[in-house]
Design a protein around this ligand. Structure first.
Ligand code: TXA
Ligand code: MG
Length: 316
């Protein structure tokens, strides 16, 4: 089997597709970085199928973290815990913690239980680009570099896992994601803090300012106002939450994330929408933020990073 031969393949998860290889084999891990063109300072999440699998990866599993894992895994959450020495430093970029997660996808859970090793897997996109939520997205960009893509259908969550660490026993979010902060606070019965954003030497690359970026310039804000200030643009695409914004000048493409205003649906469609708009040869993509609650916070986080490139906004 390819994975047993230290090969790298794409796998489905409920969040986004991953680029997976044997987490305990340095050659396989190095190959993941190579295929993604990912810098070695950006560590990988290790995927396993059970809490017993996590026990084999971490030195300690503090009570609060274990209880949270029991309540949320398999699911869209990743925990940062002290790593055991047999995990290659390449996986964790030399950091003392390893990121562990049990993905909630039947095919990948079956795959993980059939293997004798865990799988390191970043999102299956070239570094800095939008994460893939279908097998076709992976094939479009990395198809010629991969021997196999396991097609598990469209991702049911559509946005990456929420990364939680416990520095000094304080539950801390390093990346907002598919599991909401409100739910996590409810389960932990404590306030969660957000890790400070360190864009130059990020603790996690999910914190890099510019990430998840389309190739076309993208702006985030009030759609009507932004259309007015950029009336020189001929081909504008609009990415909105629920309003169709009909009758605006120069808008040639629009994508409504959820006409009913459902954030779960909006998250499912977000990355496919960004990819779709990016393929339309637009001068400008204009997106609006969602209400800053629940999944809206993670969606806005991705939109903000995608729009961070607007600082390089090219003149016409
Ligand atoms: O939903 C997900 O988490 C998906 C699926 C495939 O599981 N994976 C994913 O991986 O989003 P990736 O590599 O695209 O993002 C993982 C993030 C990066 O920002 C990385 O810096 C951070 O997790 N990370 C991984 N290991 C870490 C560690 N040991 N300490 C701190 N941050 C870590
Ligand atoms: Mg990624």
């Amino acid at each position: 089997m390819l994975l047993e031969q230290a090969k790298v393949v794409a796998i489905p998860t409920e969040t986004v597709y991953g680029l997976a290889g044997n987490a305990l084999d340095k050659a396989a891990v190095a190959q993941i970085f190579h295929i993604k063109n990912r810098p070695f300072f950006d560590p990988l999440i290790v995927h396993t199928h059970s809490l017993a699998g996590i026990d084999e990866l971490v030195q300690e599993f503090p009570v609060a973290a274990r209880r949270l894992a029991e309540q949320t895994m398999p699911g869209a959450v990743t925990l940062l815990l002290p790593k055991r020495s047999h995990i290659p430093d390449l996986v964790t970029s030399g950091l003392p913690n390893v990121a562990v997660r049990i993905p909630n996808h039947p095919l990948t859970l079956a795959l993980l239980s059939s293997l004798s090793f865990p799988l390191a897997a970043p999102s299956a996109n070239p570094f800095g680009y939008i994460s893939p939520t279908t097998a076709q997205h992976v094939a479009d960009q990395l198809g010629d570099r991969l021997p196999y893509i396991l097609d598990g259908g469209a991702c049911s969550i559509g946005i990456e896992s929420t990364i939680v660490g416990f520095p000094n026993q304080q539950a801390t979010i390093y990346r907002m994601g598919g599991m909401t902060i409100e739910l996590l606070e409810d389960l932990l019965q404590q306030k969660i803090v957000l890790a400070p954003q360190q864009s130059n030497s990020p603790q996690t690359a999910g914190q890099l300012d510019q990430h998840y970026s389309p190739t076309a310039p993208m702006l985030l804000g009030n759609i009507e106002q932004l259309i007015n200030t950029h009336s020189d643009r001929q081909r504008i695409g609009v990415l909105s939450f629920q309003n169709p914004y009909l009758h605006l000048p120069n808008v040639v493409e629009r994508f409504i994330l959820s006409p009913d205003g459902d954030m779960i649906i909006a998250a499912q469609h977000l990355f496919a929408a960004m990819r779709y708009l990016d393929a339309q040869h637009l001068d400008l993509i204009i997106a609006e933020p969602l209400p800053e609650i629940g999944l809206g916070r993670a969606i806005n986080d991705r939109l903000r990073r995608a729009a961070a490139k607007a600082t390089h906004f090219p003149p016409l």
